[in-house]
Structure formats: structure tokens, C-alpha cells
Design a protein around this ligand. Structure first.
Ligand SMILES: O=P(O)(O)OC[C@H]1O[C@H](OP(=O)(O)OP(=O)(O)O)[C@H](O)[C@@H]1O
Ligand code: HPA
Ligand SMILES: [Mg+2]
Length: 168
């Protein structure tokens, strides 16, 4: 499924992402003690590094899930599961695990994680309305027809002067 239009864009710089991931850490700080972070690769790797530092959580695991080819959503593939050892150590249902991703969009990825770890705490930096109910904690909501551009997907390019695009 291609992302529906009309499309708005929300470009995020490294600095903005760092601030937003720190804001997520503040929201999570009072909410409990987590034994481990499980990040949903690849997008969850960067916020997981920041949360790990801010919350002092040193056990980091991955669940590797892919569904988008650029903006086209395809079938969801779980490429690697969370280790059986960590699941067993956390009661088999994800209790005490903080799962982190960069964003929730349709909620398909989050649904799969909830199926694997029903009692985990799921945190994302950004959320769109369709996926929002599946997330426990997030920082910023954007509309469903907004595409978020992350700093690791962008480079510096020439911008045409704003006046050139204005009719008249
Ligand atoms: O709520 P959803 O509609 O499922 O979309 C959200 C997921 O999509 C992106 O991952 P993607 O599958 O592109 O893989 P990536 O993290 O490796 O870029 C993003 O990082 C989330 O994990
Ligand atoms: O808005 C988005 N931006 C980047 N990756 C994504 N994967 C799903 N939605 C998005
Ligand atoms: Mg992802």
C-alpha cells in the first residue's frame, strides 16, 4: 500500500530528534523500572541509544521487523525475534520490557509487537492517529497524511528560494 495523499512533510533534524527522544525519556522516567529495552529495528535503534543513556538501562535487545520499502507498505516480516532467554526472564509476556520505536503509523508493527510481548511498555517518539491507541507513551503526534523524514534518511541539499514558488 502506497502512503495516501495529499501528503504533508515533517522533516526532523538530528538535533530535533535528540530533543524529542530526551522528552520521551522524561515521560518514561517516572513510570516504572524496566529490566531491558527491546528496540524495533531499524528505526528504534537511535531512540533506544538515547533512552538507554538517559534511563540507565544497559540491557538492549532487538526485534527486527520490516514492512516498508521507502513509502510503500508491504507485508510485515519478522526477521528476528526477541531472545527466548529475555522473554523467559521477564515472565514470558513482556512484563518489565520497554519496547522502543521511532514512530507508529498504521499500527501494524506495534500490533505484531503486542502479540509477541502483550505486557510490554511500548514507547515511540512520534505517533500518527491510526497507531496511537497501541502506544503507551509518545512525544509528538502528526496527522495521518504527514510523512516524517528522519535525519538518517536525509542529506543537505540546495533549497530553491521561497519566492520562486509563490504565484504572482
Ligand atoms: O505503524 P506502521 O505502519 O507499522 O509503521 C511504523 C513502522 O514503519 C517503519 O519501519 P520500517 O518497516 O520502514 O523498517 P525500518 O525501521 O527498518 O526502516 C517505522 O520504523 C516503524 O517501525
Ligand atoms: O512517516 C513515516 N516516516 C518514515 N518511515 C515511516 N514508516 C512508516 N511511516 C513512516
Ligand atoms: Mg521500523
Amino acid at each position: 500500500m502506497s502512503h495516501p495523499g495529499p501528503e504533508k512533510v515533517f522533516p526532523v533534524s538530528w538535533d530535533q530528534f535528540h530533543r524529542d527522544a530526551r522528552a520521551l525519556s522524561w515521560r518514561l522516567a517516572g513510570q516504572g523500572e524496566w529490566k531491558a529495552i527491546v528496540c524495533i529495528t531499524r528505526g528504534g535503534l537511535v531512540p533506544a541509544a538515547i533512552l538507554s543513556r538517559e534511563l540507565g538501562i544497559r540491557v538492549i535487545e532487538t526485534v527486527c521487523i520490516a514492512s516498508y520499502d521507502y513509502k510503500d507498505q508491504g507485508d510485515l516480516a519478522v526477521l528476528k525475534h526477541v531472545s527466548e532467554k529475555l522473554i523467559a526472564e521477564t515472565g514470558g509476556d513482556g512484563s518489565g520490557i520497554l519496547v522502543v520505536d521511532d514512530l507508529v503509523d498504521t499500527g501494524k508493527t506495534a500490533q505484531e509487537v503486542r502479540r509477541l510481548l502483550p505486557k510490554c511498555h511500548l514507547a515511540t517518539v512520534y505517533a500518527k492517529p491510526m497507531g496511537r491507541p497501541l502506544v503507551d507513551t509518545f512525544v509528538t503526534e502528526v496527522s495521518q497524511d504527514t510523512w516524517i523524514y528522519f535525519p538518517w534518511d536525509m542529506g543537505l541539499t540546495f533549497q530553491p528560494p521561497i519566492g520562486k514558488g509563490v504565484a504572482g
